[in-house]
Design a protein around this ligand. Structure first.
Ligand code: 5GP
Ligand code: MG
Length: 180
């Protein structure tokens, strides 16, 4: 698996230091707010599990699954494949995301969750890839900048593989050519 990596963009240590930083900030900010952390499947699972295990205050967790149509350069047609199971009306909600790229999915999700009337809604993303941005939604807590390259690892996939790498990297061209 690692032989297919061209370069590492964010090391395991750098990721874990961001995770610790986010968990500390969120624990302080939401200490008496009984927050709900909402993860967007599947890419967020590794980041999500690491962050919530370091949160030191009472919280609930929930997940959504979105699908977007229109190929890789999504036209913004996002639909809900799996909805929340917690009622977030009047609750303090934080969306956790793996990567904020074009923003199509986050802007959809932000609007969708606001329609459920939470007391507050914030966004925390591990990776920020601003070059293809089409949305003006602000990430309240944004982690590491990544250039406009397709990244894998730490939850992020290529054709459903590489999610279990502990770092964020870029694949060799040959992987796409051979489709493995
Ligand atoms: P959006 O373009 O709507 O901001 O991002 C939607 C989703 O596309 C992200 O949550 C993520 O799952 C996926 N995505 C965006 N950029 C990348 C990338 O560089 N690599 C991988 N594996 N997935 C990405
Ligand atoms: Mg995602």
């Amino acid at each position: 698996m690692e032989k297919n990596i061209e370069k590492v963009l964010v090391t395991e240590e750098q990721i874990q230091s961001k995770v610790a930083e986010f968990a500390e900030i969120l624990s302080a900010e939401y200490a008496d707010k009984d927050p709900v952390f909402v993860g967007v499947l599947k890419g967020v699972v590794v980041f999500f599990a690491d962050v919530v295990r370091k949160i030191t205050v009472p919280c609930e967790i929930d997940f959504m699954c979105l699908s977007s149509y229109g190929g890789t350069d999504s036209t913004g047609n996002v639909t809900v494949k799996k909805d929340l199971s917690v009622d977030i009306k009047g609750r303090h909600v934080v969306i956790l995301e793996d990567i904020y790229d074009t923003g199509n999915s986050l802007s959809f999700l932000h609007k969708y969750l606001l329609s459920k009337e939470p007391a507050s809604l914030k966004i925390c993303t591990l990776l920020d890839k601003p070059e293809r941005r089409k949305s003006d939604i602000k990430a309240d807590y944004a982690g590491t900048f990544v250039p406009n390259e397709f990244v894998v690892g730490y939850g992020l996939d290529y054709a459903e593989y590489y999610r279990n790498l502990p770092f964020i990297g870029v694949l060799k061209e040959s992987v796409y050519e051979n489709n493995n």
